[in-house]
Structures are given as structure tokens and as C-alpha cells.
Design a protein around this ligand. Structure first.
Ligand code: SF4
Length: 428
């Protein structure tokens, strides 16, 4: 493995100290990290912690792990009054468990080096403020070295599945990813058109005999078809599409899956409350499936009628929304690990299709946000809210059940993803 860290040149982040990452999340850490934390007498330093359970055991993928016990206010016991981490404040960033240090970053450990990703369920990332991280990557380099020490060895094969039949080498995968990034950054096209071009490229690759198009030949093919696809899409009108009954039902369930965020960390609540949340989740699943009922959407101004969301005007074609969409899709693509099992248990092209379907989900959640504010049209703040919440589920995608993965797999095909993009294209 090459020991290098790749950072996307436009990736930016500046912490706003909102404290959201320390609330409502199950923050886990290893036995070794717990022993390190136990070396400090925290109740002597912070008397308000006396009598409180600070961490509790949990069964993790690598056996017994620990997690901070969320308090009655759903926050980590170490969160201070000004949303500061009190472990960090007292002993510096490296005294915190790696999970805390990592947020909002992720790393994909591949045969071509480590690729940094970033999570959008963080207001500091959503705003896109701060200088490019590549200007001063020292802290990130330190982080990924810790990450490499603690994370299991990479299990990415040297040849990646692409489409149903082919496998390609990692350098070829990076060439395809570069072409997709170029398409997504094509500012002369409205954003949904860029996604349609990306899906067309994916469809072309899926139909190709990849073993015959590798290395230099693949580069030549990409140089030939990408400008052509962009030109053709630029000349066509952006037509809206309709979904079949089965696709519509799958899409409604997909919207419901993204709503799983509501009960991501509820195990610290009393048993009766946990049961209530579970039952409410089943009810919500049916509401999403039939797009009926009024839902109190977490973090939204007021409950929304699911049926009425469809009648709302869609995303405006404004530079702020296009810039956020570009950041979201380009950085997600670059991160690779963000889709973790989804991206790598699916062939690469299917993973890209899944990424494209999130455009439709973002549009729907942005419309829901505008409706909850009783606003006449969707604004950038609605899209930000949609990206924030959709990303919570995407980042925790490995927690999805087999049935949910089946729904996502069914939508992750170029033609279906393109119909979903067209459904919401042109502000609809
Ligand atoms: S959620 Fe993001 S912006 Fe808010 S405190 Fe955490 S890292 Fe900072």
C-alpha cells in the first residue's frame, strides 16, 4: 500500500462550535482508549460529573467496545456549556478517543493510498467555509496515521468490480472517478444535467467489456466520450420523467430509510421511550410508503404533510444550491469510504448510481423543509437542511438492514437513477 494521504483540493471545513456532533450520537471507543480515559480522575476535575455514568459497554464489530453515556439532555457528559469538549479543553485533541478526533472526517484505506472524506452532517462542512484543507494538512496527516494504527487492514481487492461482469485495477477506477468529477464540476450545465451525463457514462461502462478497455485505452475512451456526452446533454431540453408504480413505491421507501436518523441514538432513553420510538418508526415507514399523514420531521420548523411535499416547487437553479450540490457529490465520490459497504459490496457503477439517487432524495427533503417553514419556494437553507439529514443516514449506511439494502440496490441502476433525477429536474 502506498503510504500517502489524498485530499481533494477543494475540501474545506471550519468548526462552528455548534456542538451537534456531541449530541444524539453513539460515540464508541476501544478498550485501550477507555483505559487511557480511566487514568484521569474526571470527577475531581469536573465536579458536575460526580454520580454520573460516563461510559458504558457496547458490542461492536470488533468485540466489546465502549461508548460515552449520553445524558438526559442527549449530550456527551464531557460537553461543556459553550459546546466545547472538556477533554479536549483540558488535555488537547489527542486525549479524545479517535472517533471524536475524526469527526467530520473519514478515511478510505485503498491500495492507491488513503483518501480523505468529509461528512455533511456537520454545519461547519455544509457552509463550506475555511481555507482548503490541503493548504495545511498536518492535523489530518496526524489523524490518518492514528486511523491506520487502529483500523483493520484494508480489504479492498486490487481489482474492483465494475458493472455486473468486469473488474478493473485501482488506477483505472481513479481515471473513471476523475472523469465523473470533471462532469460534476461542469459549471456550464445545470446540476441535474451533470448527473445525467455521469449516469450515461456509467451506463456505457456497464455495457462495455472492461477487460478489453484498460489503462491507456480507457483514458482515451474517457477523453473521447466525456466532452461528447456533455455537449449532447447541453443541447437537449431537460425533460421531466414519471416513475412506474414499483419505482414510486421503492422511492417512497427510500425516503423513509433516510428518515431513520430520528432514532439513531435512542438506547440511552428509558425502556418505555425506546419502545415508543420503535413503534413510531414502524408507523412512519407506512406513512412514507403511502406518502400520507403529517410527520414531525426532526430539525424542521413544523410537521409536514407528506402528500403536500410533492406539490411544492423544487430546487431553484441558483449558484448557491449548485455549489453545495457540487461539493456534496464531488467530495462523496472522492471519499469512497463514505458509502463503505454500500459502495464496495455493490459494483462501483451501482454505487455511483446510488449516489445519484440521493439528488432526488435531497430535492424531496428540501421541499419538505420549505413546506415546514411555510415558504413559497425552496431556498439554500432548505437544501442545507436536506443535505445535513440525508448525510446522517448515508454516513451510517452500514447499519442498514438487508431489506433496506435491497431497496437501495433496486434503485441503483443507471436508468432508474436517471428517471429519479429527471423527476425532480427543472425546479419540479
Ligand atoms: S458538528 Fe461540526 S461544526 Fe458543529 S461542533 Fe461538531 S465539528 Fe464543529
Amino acid at each position: 500500500m502506498k503510504p500517502n494521504l489524498h485530499l481533494h483540493p477543494t475540501m474545506r471545513f471550519s468548526c462552528t462550535m455548534c456542538g451537534k456532533c456531541c449530541k444524539n450520537w453513539s460515540i464508541t471507543f476501544s478498550e485501550e482508549e477507555k483505559m487511557k480515559l480511566e487514568q484521569t480522575n474526571w470527577t475531581e476535575i469536573f465536579p458536575d460529573l460526580q454520580g454520573k455514568t460516563l461510559w458504558e459497554p457496547v458490542r461492536g464489530p470488533r468485540g466489546r467496545e465502549w461508548r460515552f453515556k449520553l445524558q438526559d439532555n442527549d449530550a456527551c457528559p464531557f460537553l461543556g456549556e459553550k459546546n466545547e469538549c472538556r477533554i479536549h479543553g483540558r488535555f488537547g485533541p489527542h486525549a479524545k478517543p479517535l472517533t471524536c478526533q475524526m469527526f467530520p472526517f473519514s478515511f478510505a484505506n485503498t491500495p492507491e493510498g488513503v483518501f480523505a472524506g468529509i461528512r455533511f452532517n456537520c454545519p461547519g462542512v455544509l457552509k463550506g467555509d475555511g481555507g482548503p484543507l490541503s493548504d495545511d494538512p498536518r492535523e489530518l496527516v496526524h489523524l490518518w496515521k492514528d486511523f491506520l494504527r487502529q483500523s483493520p487492514p484494508p480489504n479492498y481487492e486490487s481489482r474492483v468490480r465494475i458493472g455486473r461482469k468486469g473488474r478493473i485495477e485501482w488506477p483505472d477506477l481513479l481515471a473513471i472517478e476523475g472523469a465523473l468529477q470533471r462532469i460534476l464540476g461542469e459549471a456550464s450545465l445545470p446540476f441535474p444535467k451533470r448527473l445525467l451525463v455521469a449516469l450515461r457514462l456509467v451506463e456505457t461502462l456497464e455495457g462495455a467489456r472492461m477487460e478489453a478497455i484498460q489503462g491507456e485505452r480507457l483514458t482515451q475512451l474517457l477523453e473521447l466520450v466525456v466532452p461528447e456526452f456533455l455537449r449532447e446533454e447541453g443541447e437537449k431540453p431537460l425533460e421531466r420523467s414519471r416513475l412506474g408504480l414499483a419505482e414510486k413505491s421503492l422511492f417512497h421507501q427510500y425516503l423513509g430509510i433516510l428518515y431513520l436518523r430520528e432514532y439513531i441514538s435512542y438506547f440511552h432513553k428509558p425502556r418505555a421511550e425506546r419502545m415508543r420510538i420503535r413503534f413510531r418508526a414502524y408507523g412512519n415507514g407506512f406513512r412514507f410508503l403511502f406518502q400520507r399523514g403529517v410527520m414531525p420531521m426532526t430539525g424542521y420548523a413544523a410537521p409536514v404533510s407528506l402528500h403536500d411535499v410533492w406539490g411544492q416547487p423544487g430546487l431553484p437553479d441558483d449558484p448557491g444550491c449548485a455549489a453545495l450540490l457540487e461539493r456534496f457529490f464531488v467530495w462523496k465520490l472522492f471519499a469512497k469510504a463514505t458509502f463503505s459497504r454500500l459502495f464496495f459490496n455493490l459494483p462501483y457503477t451501482h454505487g455511483v448510481c446510488f449516489l445519484a439517487t440521493t439528488y432526488a432524495a435531497l430535492c424531496w427533503y428540501a421541499k419538505a423543509s420549505a413546506l415546514s417553514r411555510k415558504a413559497a419556494k425552496v431556498e439554500l437553507e432548505d437544501l442545507e437542511r436536506a443535505v445535513y439529514y440525508v448525510d446522517i443516514t448515508l454516513s451510517g449506511a452500514r447499519k442498514l438492514s438487508f431489506y433496506h439494502l435491497l431497496v437501495i440496490r433496486s434503485l441503483s441502476r443507471p436508468t432508474v437513477a436517471a428517471r429519479l433525477v429527471r423527476l425532480f429536474a427543472g425546479g419540479a
